[in-house]
Design a protein around this ligand. Structure first.
Ligand code: URP
Ligand code: ZN
Ligand code: ZN
Length: 474
């Protein structure tokens, strides 16, 4: 199968020019002016942006947690991603307590089998080094499984949280194996005390989710993780940075030249703490962690992504139903499943409010949503850019298309949308994955099972496109 994309405005992290792109099989084989080649499919992209398929480094599909399972599996999650222009994601494979990492990965591979529509990799979330998982097994994951990032939760004392010993030992392993350490940075012990005090005092509504997780506790854990990673000698990536208190230690570390990186998520630019006060328990829709913060943080986060204090914008897509799952916490905010949907609308929201409203450039948008996540997580240059030899993951983006974001039209199984009613201009029109059409004319074209599992390169190394890897080996 060959595809010729004609006359679009090709935008990468570095470039912005009008060109034609020729795709043979799964890869881009030529980019040039006025290419006149016979092709099985020709796409007229004049007046459109041609972007690399977006990469989401932070999702939770079909994740069992605290008695509920996230509502999007790999099929519905990937459908939502595809319509939103995301063609690759890295999902969190969570080690159950007492489970080996191999067994956890087997379980997560089974979830995607026959369902995957886009490409994905896995991070391993380390929850238990006392039983089940060992440091030796952890050390083998990059080479044997292509799992090159270790995630640790410094919060959720009732379930996923690890102590500093586990965190530090994992960092030491990462320093040896070339994996990237990721942390959910909040002080889980202090939060546990505050939550229990709140409930004991009768404070049970969604707003107490935020009040018991103050930004200082995110700042403290971020700083602790940075210092521990420095001693261990591992690179560190702080997930879902939500506030000034955690952006600041990252900025300081980066000024000093330390190997520290961070992401924020779409929702932190748009949803503030007051959303938790919405009547009729609607505040529960915005119970995710870290919580929505005071509005002043939104401008701080825009500055952080603009000035490279933060390198990526993910979704932390962790979708639940409002009716039937979130309502488990009607009488106690601690029982509200933590998380929200967002996989579909990242590109539309960041394009409209970031690029159109002049906060970031188009190139920076591509860098934050495509290139940097691919580079940080061992997917580049197969993913995250438009270059000869790269996978032909391409988004033909119509910058003029207007739409209203709504749960009525999104593709997640969640019964609500975090950005309900938001009007945006600019949306994907055609989405290709490895040269095959995923989405066109508002229809899903690909079949479940067509997405591939990607064994990722180690931190700082490139994932060679298949053809280049083969010739390098000769
Ligand atoms: O509320 C959230 N973010 N749920 C998913 C788990 C996590 O902390 O990322
Ligand atoms: Zn988290
Ligand atoms: Zn998450």
């Amino acid at each position: 199968m060959s595809v010729l994309i004609k006359g679009g405005r090709v935008i990468t992290a570095a470039d912005d020019y009008v060109a034609d792109i020729f795709i043979e099989g799964e890869r881009i084989s030529l980019i040039g002016e006025s290419l006149d080649l016979p092709a099985d499919k020709v796409i007229d992209a004049s007046g459109k942006y041609v972007l690399p398929g977006a990469v989401d480094p932070h999702t939770h599909l079909e994740m069992p947690w605290r008695g509920e399972t996230t509502i999007d599996d790999f099929e519905s999650g990937h459908t939502a991603a595809a319509f939103g222009g995301t063609t690759t994601h890295v999902d969190f494979c969570i080690q159950g307590k007492g489970q080996t990492f191999g067994a956890a990965l087997e379980a997560w591979h089974a979830k995607r089998e026959g369902k995957a529509l886009i490409d994905n990799g896995f991070h391993i979330a380390v929850t238990d080094l006392r039983e089940g998982g060992t440091l030796e097994e952890l050390a083998r994951l990059p080479e044997e499984h292509g799992v090159t990032s270790y995630k640790l939760f410094m919060a959720y004392k009732d379930s996923l949280m690890v102590d500093d010993e586990t965190l530090f030992k994992t960092m030491q392993v990462a320093a040896e194996t070339g994996a990237l350490v990721m942390v959910h940075a909040e002080n889980g012990d202090a939060i546990e005390v505050l939550m229990n005090e709140a409930v004991a005092a009768g404070n049970i509504t969604p707003r107490f989710h935020a009040l018991t997780r103050p930004p200082e506790l995110e700042g403290e854990a971020t700083n602790r993780a940075i210092q521990l990673a420095r001693v261990a000698g591992s690179p560190l990536y702080v997930v879902h940075v939500s506030c000034q208190e955690s952006a600041e230690p990252i900025a300081i570390a980066r000024e000093k030249g330390w190997n520290v990186f961070g992401e924020t998520c779409t929702q932190y630019f748009f949803i503030d703490q007051s959303f938790l006060d919405r009547p009729d328990f609607e505040g529960a829709k915005y119970v995710y962690t870290p919580p929505p913060r005071a509005k002043a943080n939104q401008e701080i986060l825009w500055n952080a992504v603009r000035t490279n204090v933060l390198q990526a914008i993910s979704t932390d897509h962790c979708a639940y139903l409002f009716k039937g799952q979130k309502d488990a916490g009607l009488e106690d905010f601690r029982q509200i499943p933590n998380g929200g949907p967002g996989l579909e609308n990242r590109l539309q929201m960041i394009h409209h409010f970031g690029v159109r409203e002049g906060r970031i450039s188009l190139n920076r948008m591509v860098e934050l949503l495509c290139t940097n996540p691919a580079k940080l997580f061992g997917l580049y240059p197969r993913k995250g850019t438009l270059a000869v030899g790269s996978d032909a993951d391409v988004v033909i983006f119509d910058p003029e298309k207007k739409l209203t974001i709504s749960a009525a039209t999104h593709h997640s199984r969640s019964d609500y949308n975090l950005y309900e009613g938001t009007e945006v201009q600019g949306s994907p029109e055609v989405v290709l994955l490895r040269g095959s059409v995923l989405v066109e004319n508002d229809k899903l074209v690909a079949k479940p099972g067509s997405g591939q599992f990607i064994k990722r390169a180690k931190f700082g190394e490139e994932l060679k496109p298949a053809a280049l890897a083969a010739s390098a080996a000769v």
